[in-house]
Design a protein around this ligand. Sequence first.
Ligand code: GLN
Length: 231
Amino acid sequence: MRIALLYPELLGTYGDGGNALVLRHRARLRGVKAEVVSVAIGDPIPAAEIFVLGGGEDGPQRLATDALRADGSLAAQVDAGSRVLAVCAGFQILGRRFAIAGGADYEGLGLLDVETHRGARRRVGELAVIAGDRTLVGFENHGGETTLGAGLTPTGSVVVGYGNDGRTDGARLGNVIATYAHGPVLAINPWLADHILEAVLGRPLDPTSTSAERLHERRCAQVVHSRSRRP
Ligand code: GLN
């Protein structure tokens, strides 16, 4: 299994490259051969089962968008079955357009029917999202606010933090999962890493009981605790 980490020099500000390492680690834990290929700006995008896009600041985010557009092969691979995990700037890049500091709009790749506007203030802090029967925890740090087109499903409902708009976080469409959660999100939500791997492998994976599961449970308990202290 090949996991392509796209432009870590541009989209590595928040440590989201760790998501690729977690996918590789959890695949190998189950005896699945997996490699991470870091794709530098200007390199052709290789064939891969999973693409990982991370967060970044506005300038690098634009450069990454330009490079993805110039390469042009991501959408076709996603159509053909490759999976994508996109975090924050990575999420915004996949949308129709995103605002950059100063207010100008920038055209995204249009893989997701979302638009990102400049919010009233930067959203920085803990993020917790109820995603079906799971809780997704992480932290967020972004100035953009994202509106989902009709028919697009978010990853879940925000219970702590802001996400897209104070109510929902991220988006899911076909093979693409996008979220505002850093962490790296797969390191502290191992269930989500396994969900992506299971989709690629087309079979359920044996559950594991590692420090990652314990860390996730602890974070979830802390979130519940911090909510219960709120007025
Ligand atoms: N530059 C984008 C914003 O501020 C994304 C930031 C990020 O990736 N954390 O909204």
